[in-house]
Design a protein around this ligand. Structure first.
Ligand SMILES: CC(C)(COP(=O)(O)OP(=O)(O)OC[C@H]1O[C@@H](n2cnc3c(N)ncnc32)[C@H](O)[C@@H]1OP(=O)(O)O)[C@@H](O)C(=O)NCCC(=O)NCCS
Length: 199
């Protein structure tokens, strides 16, 4: 008995799983499985409905049921790549947009989209940057870190001050923006508008 107690007291502590440091990457098929799981989480949360004009919502509407085919997923990645090219054809009113993913190893955590310039409508609602973190990865500081990592990318696209808008009652997103230096400009209906320096 004593021997067993002594043995357990000397046992090495169990080592925790090492989590790769999250990073911002161009959309990459290496996170395919995790991306699909993340989209299912967003859908379960209610995203992708007819009124959801977020990039993730639009993608869910268009690709759910198709993503399960890796060739369709590859097509989606090509679409994202095309959207980032200033010279690519795009629907009226759309501006080029760079989408980046926040990942830890092969795990998809979230995405951030940077619109290369503002239209009159983006100037009021939408702004330069939109993002989301998958529901199971929230409240770990990822959105705050992801926006911080994306600001230099915005700067490299010629954006000195990024406009970010969000619902006035989206307290968590407002915290993310304010933690990154966002200065509240004014409220427009139920939206608040912040300017965030990219330097
Ligand atoms: C808003 C969103 C991106 C925040 O992502 P996140 O990774 O959870 O954010 P962070 O972990 O960086 O947290 C930012 C702040 O909000 C707080 N927060 C986030 N979720 C919270 C919750 N459910 N309850 C309480 N506080 C919360 C964090 O504690 C942190 O506050 P702090 O700076 O005082 O510590 C995420 O909730 C999301 O994707 N929501 C849906 C899409 C959306 O709203 N996108 C933004 C559109 S403008």
């Amino acid at each position: 008995m004593l021997a067993r107690q002594a043995e357990s007291a000397c046992a090495a502590p169990k080592l925790g799983r090492t989590v790769p440091v999250p990073e911002l990457i161009a959309p990459d098929p290496r996170v395919y499985r995790s991306f699909l799981a993340a989209m299912a989480e967003f859908e379960a949360e209610g995203q992708g409905g007819p009124d959801d004009d977020s990039n993730t919502g639009q993608a869910i509407r268009e690709y759910t049921g198709r993503w399960a085919d890796p060739a369709e997923f590859a097509r989606y990645l090509r679409e994202l790549e095309d959207q980032a090219q200033d010279e690519s054809p795009r629907p009226d009113g759309r501006v080029p947009q760079t989408t980046l993913w926040w990942v830890s190893g092969n795990e998809y955590l979230g995405r951030i989209s940077i619109r290369h310039w503002l239209t009159a409508s983006l100037r009021e609602i939408g702004g330069h940057i939109g993002y989301d973190i998958r529901p199971s990865a929230r409240q770990r500081g990822y959105a705050t870190a992801m926006l911080a990592a994306a600001l230099p990318v915005a700067r490299s696209l010629g954006i000195d001050r990024a406009l970010l808008t969000c619902d006035e009652d989206n307290v968590f997103s407002r915290k993310v923006i304010e933690a990154n230096g966002g200065v509240l400009e004014y409220k427009n209906g139920d939206k608040v508008r912040y300017w965030v320096p990219t330097a």
